[in-house]
Design a protein around this ligand. Structure first.
Ligand code: AGP
Length: 604
């Protein structure tokens, strides 16, 4: 999740921009940059890595006159974290910073290159500044050119642009990625992609709506709304609490990350869903040539998404698929064959056990792929190919949006491989793609759902343990639900295949044994239902999660009715995440930083 700042005024623009970027560090980034336009022209600086590197580069640069400045922290989605790919991006006379994904960048870039434009970076963002300067040639002024450019962009974007062709002005546009502008009594204008950089500088802020664009000068804020009408800014008081602002007002980063899954997943899908095929710019079909088997390897939550993927690959790609726990795999002298594609999954890209198995696979001559959330991580640098999940930084130690985006990537990848292997016809792939487009909606947290879970969580604070049970792909989801609860409530929980209960575990059934039962309508419902009835008949306390009313449950959490089990999977995942959160809150635990845990286990 990139960060954007902007400033128009006569204070120390460099310092204001750098301070603003520091306030956005919590969102995670791998490079940063600023561009400042003063009377005598532009100064721009970029650096890979932490902001101290950018500060070092700018230490001798002073801004003490009126300026228009923009800054950016980048979380790589298109193009490696390098200085050339860092924002701001330069045209002939303009700079731009951008948060989001320009879905039609390839088409725009191709046309611009055909017209002789030279691109310096691999990013989608760079097309914005070149398209603007192309439009400048046929527009009466910079704002007309900017308006034309904004209308030509598809995808999600929050943009700030400064140009020599209109000094003392900052142009902005907002579509799908957050952006706000703040004012104060000194006629200064502050921009940011979230509140925190404005705290202490502004008293009032205007949050832009999707489809809005415009510009600011010292004297005015011009906003054009999505139907082309000018509107006046609507200012609201700015919260002065930085930590609360970083959590966007949620109680915990984990809660914020559960809620933002529906928007984050849209980034994960962005640019990858054609009408009849899945598109991965970052993959070459050659990776799959000669491959007859897939082996997945990971730890923890990433292992659960890998286990989920086995169902998708065998069901849709019709390819033999197996999954390994990395800490086991690395010490059992495994047999590896070169017709196996070795896929490692890791949010951080640094987990020691998983990284070692990647090295083993490479040493054995296997082709390797990593599904990861952090570009330039050790695994991304080592694997033959990588797919970024685009979840943005995940602050909560208990993984939520990283898991959701991994599942979405695997669902898409299973369809990508299905097309390569002709294992699904075009209509079926198109149907699956239509379902994928519904995932953001299935991840929306409703107040009624959250309130219900908050209320019933009070009943699950004790007992001698929890079973989370599910069948098929809902078994790894049950494992994930159990892990979430263990991690942040410290209560004992086990994930189990529903069909396994009668092979021993049911001996534990009594009113103090809590069973969280996943009962999807579109995956083995009747089988799962009878497994739960066996438990209920032995007086186990049951919390059923299903779109279908289930009268044998002590608690029942109803999810929406969908046309496919995968959409049920995502909404049930939300329920499990919220359930573990609310139980943990009631127990007074540190939800974001649970005891004994680290966000990335970089040691054995
Ligand atoms: C999940 O909530 C935990 N934080 C943990 O199991 C984590 O998934 C595991 O350590 C793997 O981390 P990775 O995805 O960064 O490799």
């Amino acid at each position: 999740m990139c960060g954007i700042v902007g400033y128009l005024g006569k204070k120390n623009t460099k310092e204001i921009l750098l301070e603003g970027l520091k306030e956005l560090e919590y969102r995670g980034y791998d490079s940063a940059g600023i561009a400042i336009l003063q009377e005598n022209g532009f100064n721009s600086f970029k650096a890979v890595g932490k902001l101290v590197n950018l500060e070092e580069k700018t230490k001798d640069f002073i801004t003490d006159t009126f300026a228009a400045g923009i800054g950016h922290t980048r979380w790589a989605t298109h193009g490696k974290p390098t200085e050339l790919n860092a924002h701001p991006h330069l045209g002939q006379s303009s700079y731009v910073v951008h948060n989001g994904i320009i879905e039609n960048y390839a088409k725009l870039k191709k046309e611009l290159m055909r017209e002789g434009v030279v691109f310096l970076s691999q990013t989608d963002t760079e097309v914005i500044v070149h398209q603007f300067e192309k439009n400048l040639k046929s527009s009466s002024d910079a704002f007309e050119a900017f308006a034309k450019t904004v209308k030509e962009l598809e995808g999600a974007f929050a943009i700030l642009l400064v140009t020599k062709d209109e000094k003392n002005t900052i142009f902005f546009a907002k579509q799908g990625s957050p952006m706000l502008v703040g004012i104060n009594s000194e006629n200064e204008k502050y921009f940011a992609s979230s509140d925190t950089p404005l705290i202490g500088h502004c008293t009032e802020v205007n949050y832009f709506e999707d489809g809005e664009y415009g510009y600011v000068t010292s004297d005015e804020i011009v906003i054009v709304d999505k139907i082309g009408n000018n509107r006046q800014p609507v200012f609201s008081k700015l919260s002065q609490n930085k930590l609360s602002a970083q959590k966007d007002g949620y109680r915990f980063f984990m809660e914020k990350e559960i809620y933002e899954q529906s928007t984050v997943i849209a980034d994960t899908l962005m640019g990858r869903l054609g009408s009849e095929e899945v598109l991965f710019d970052e993959l070459d079909a050659e990776l799959f040539h000669g491959i007859n088997e897939i082996k997945l390897c990971a730890c923890g939550t990433s292992y659960h998404s890998a286990l989920s993927a086995t169902y998708l690959f065998e069901r849709y790609s019709k390819i033999k698929t197996s999954v390994e726990i990395a800490s086991e795999f690395r010490y059992r002298n495994p047999i590896m064959s070169k017709d196996t594609l070795f896929i490692v999954i890791s949010q951080s890209g640094e987990t020691a056990d998983t990284l070692e198995t990647l090295k083993m696979a490479k040493e054995a001559g296997l082709k390797t792929l990593v599904i990861c959330n952090v570009d330039n991580s050790s695994m991304v640098r080592l694997a033959d190919a990588s797919i970024l999940t685009r979840a943005g930084i995940e602050k909560g130690v208990a993984s939520t949006k990283a898991f959701a985006t991994q599942i979405a990537v695997f669902w898409m990848l299973s369809l990508y491989v299905a097309k390569l292997r002709n294992s699904l016809d075009a209509n079926e792939i198109a149907k699956q793609i239509t379902l994928l487009r519904e995932v953001p909606a299935s991840l929306k947290v409703t107040d009624s759902m959250h309130e219900k879970i908050k209320r019933l969580s009070k009943r699950y604070l004790h007992g001698h343990g929890f079973f989370f049970i599910g069948r098929d792909i809902f078994f790894p989801l049950a494992l994930e639900g159990a892990l979430k609860l263990k991690e942040i409530s410290y209560l004992h929980a086990e994930g189990y295949p529903s069909g396994e209960m009668k092979h021993g575990p049911i001996a534990l059934a009594d009113p103090e044994l809590f069973t969280i039962a996943l009962l999807p309508q579109h995956m083995l419902y009747e089988k799962s239902k009878s497994n739960v009835e066996e438990l209920s008949a032995r007086d186990s306390t049951i919390c059923a999660i299903s779109p279908i009313e289930f009268d044998k449950a002590d608690d029942f959490i109803q999810i929406s009715t969908y046309s496919d089990y995968m959409l049920e999977f995502f909404e049930m995942m939300i329920v499990l995440q919220l359930l573990s959160l609310e139980i943990s809150v009631r127990l007074g635990n540190d939800v974001d930083m649970p005891r004994n845990l680290a966000k990335s286990v970089t040691v054995e």
